[in-house]
Design a protein around this ligand. Structure first.
Ligand code: FAD
Ligand code: NDP
Length: 535
């Protein structure tokens, strides 16, 4: 064979081989997406609390797992405040809401606010502290953001160590077993999978019907990443996020007002909710009750003028530096094509579970949902994590264990903490009837409040039980310092079915706040003064 002929032959041969290879790949993809082996045992869409836990657990069980996480920037345009180049909105890294714009920065700002109170208290304990002590917002945020970035990095490392393939890409379903992943550069990858978990969480609601609101207000997606301090702030909403944010903003020294359209902490025991808001009011947070915003406008000096009206239609207006909207969160399922592939959604777009007796299974049997995106379940990090881990074990570990969504403990950090596990007094009355329950209660003074003479009017404990010594404990409610830490332990007791007899025969640890829970003995029914006196 002549040299030119040999070159032509080799070229032809190479093209032929490439063609065959391409056809083989195509065939493989076809086979895997229809009836052959698929690329993955599990693809998880959403790398937040639930998605990360589920994907890591599944990979530990030896499965081929990928997790997709992609953060669309918040819609807020910062260019007005920070200049050109900041138009894109707030963005963050791997780990989801809790790590980046939720529990973690919130708890750290709560801690910053508590430290402010402690500095005040420290004078009574002999510390020589200057009259005026100020918080440096930029310094605080810098430290918190650095910590968050270390968590983002830690999550990446863990995924790698545990053999989970991580794609920083936006996922959507092409068909029930095929997921399209598009990265920030628009590059697309197609993944076929035996099972899929939807763990995309929620994002803050921005009601578009209030003129100027969507344009000028920030949400919790922005608050923790603001370059400049928020200044005088109006917080709109009356639930967890609104009250917690208002609590730490007040504690950090900002003039803070909460605008509530109805009641605060609707899902909680209302006696406890009032204690929380009374404490906040006594600590300097202002409340505009039964009011709704009507319009937000930016005036000449960059401040936000908010018009609002009360329940009688009376209008008023006030100027703020920042408007923080905390009126609920909505699931980010629109772009996933879930309805198109047969997954049932509720009217706000959350995935309906409970198919075939499995809380997290959707109407398409190999597609599951966990965390905030699952209809009718608490929107809390430990719930998402536990549900994700248990699901992985049911799918790949032969487990039959299901998530127990009852008796989920929680705490509102406002900054006086309100910790709760079990049901409210209202629910107990409706479910069991007033004559079948006993409510024990106590007002107490945390020892650490005594020396600085801090007002303990809102430090209160309520234990709701079925009647009789062997009646089950149905709910424990506590407002006070470290309520979250205390309730975590008592939630184990409630999970184990603790009775009034067991609770009251436990020995306290002195001197603590938690001991008041095992010492509690005065019933509401008795009408006796529930104020704790002496040891
Ligand atoms: P997320 O953590 O929201 O994760 C979902 C991830 O999926 C996100 O990263 C998202 O960007 C990504 N994603 C969305 N769509 C796609 C897609 N199509 N493709 C790829 N990725 C996608 N809970 C507590 O227990 N304690 C607290 O103290 C607490 N404080 C909070 C404070 C605030 C201000 C907020 C907002 C929430 C707080 N929560 C708290 C709630 C907690 O953050 C959530 O319950 C938890 O993060 C839910 O986890 P998840 O996995 O369901 O979703
Ligand atoms: P929620 O859905 O709990 O509450 C929304 C609040 O906004 C309610 O007070 C509601 O009032 C009010 N609201 C709704 N629409 C409007 C409107 N158009 N105008 C004025 N007010 C309005 O939302 P959150 O965003 O506070 O919290 C979301 C979830 O995040 C929580 O359920 C919780 O599970 C989780 N979370 C947990 C925390 C923790 O564990 N410590 C902390 C923060 C969040 P109304 O009652 O009248 O409807």
């Amino acid at each position: 064979m002549s040299a030119p002929m040999a070159i032509r032959y080799r070229k032809h041969h190479r093209l032929f081989s490439q063609n065959i290879l391409h056809k083989c790949r195509h065939l493989l993809r076809y086979l895997s997406s229809s009836h052959g082996k698929r690329d993955y045992d599990l693809v998880v869409i959403g790398g937040g609390s639930g998605g990360l836990a589920c994907s890591k657990e599944a990979a530990q069980l030896g499965k081929r797992v990928a997790v997709l996480d992609y953060v669309n920037p918040s819609p807020h345009d910062w260019s007005g405040q920070y200049g050109q180049g900041y138009g894109q909105g707030t963005q963050w890294g791997l780990g989801g809401t809790c790590v980046n714009v939720g529990c973690i920065p919130k708890k750290l700002m709560h801690q910053a606010a508590l430290l402010g109170h402690l500095i005040e208290d420290s004078r009574s304990y002999g510390w020589d502290v200057p009259e005026s002590v100020n918080n440096d917002w930029q310094k605080m945020c810098g430290a918190i953001q650095n910590y968050i970035k270390s968590l983002n990095w830690g999550h990446r490392v863990q995924l790698k160590d545990k053999n989970v393939e991580y794609l920083n890409a936006l996922g959507s379903f092409a068909d029930p077993h095929t997921i399209r992943a598009v990265d920030a550069k628009g590059q697309e990858r197609v993944l076929t999978t035996e099972n899929a978990v939807v763990a995309v969480g929620c994002r803050p609601l921005l009601p578009s019907q209030i003129p100027g609101m969507a344009e000028h207000a920030v949400t919790s997606d922005d608050l923790f990443w603001m370059k400049n301090s928020p200044g005088k702030t109006l917080v709109i909403g009356g639930s967890y996020i609104a009250l917690e944010s208002a609590g730490f903003l007040t504690g950090l020294g900002f003039d803070t007002t909460v605008m509530v359209r109805s009641i605060c902490l609707r899902m909680f025991d209302q006696q406890m909710a009032h204690l929380v808001t009374d404490y906040m009011e006594n600590s300097g947070t202002r409340f505009l009750k039964q009011c709704v915003p009507v319009r937000v406008e930016k005036n000449g000096d960059g401040k936000l003028e908010v018009q609002y009206q009360d329940a009688n239609g009376n209008k008023d207006k006030e100027t703020f530096d920042t408007v923080l909207l905390a009126v609920g969160r909505s699931p980010v399922t629109k772009q996933l094509n879930l309805s198109q592939i047969g997954v049932d959604l509720d009217d706000v777009g959350k995935v309906i579970g409970d198919y075939d007796g499995d809380h997290e299974r959707s109407s398409v049997s190999h597609i599951y949902a966990i965390g905030d995106v699952l209809h009718g379940r608490p929107e809390l990090t430990p719930v998402a994590i536990k549900a994700g881990k248990l699901l992985a074990h049911r799918l790949f570990g032969g487990s039959q264990v299901h998530m127990d969504y009852d008796k989920v403990p929680t705490t509102v950090f406002t900054p006086l903490e309100y910790g709760v596990v079990g049901i409210s007094e209202e629910t107990a009355n409706v479910t069991f009837g007033d004559s079948n329950i006993e409510v024990y209660h106590a007002f107490y003074v945390p020892l650490e409040f005594a020396i600085p003479g801090r007002d303990a009017t809102q430090c209160y404990i309520k234990v709701i039980c079925e009647k009789g010594d062997d009646g089950r404990v149905l709910g424990i409610h506590l407002t006070g310092p470290n309520a979250g830490e205390i309730i975590q332990g008592f939630s184990v007791a409630i999970t184990c079915g603790a009775t009034w007899r067991q609770l009251s025969s436990s020995i306290g640890i002195h001197p603590t706040t938690a001991e008041e829970l095992v010492k509690i003995h005065i019933t509401k029914r008795s009408g006796k003064d529930p104020t704790v006196t002496g040891c």
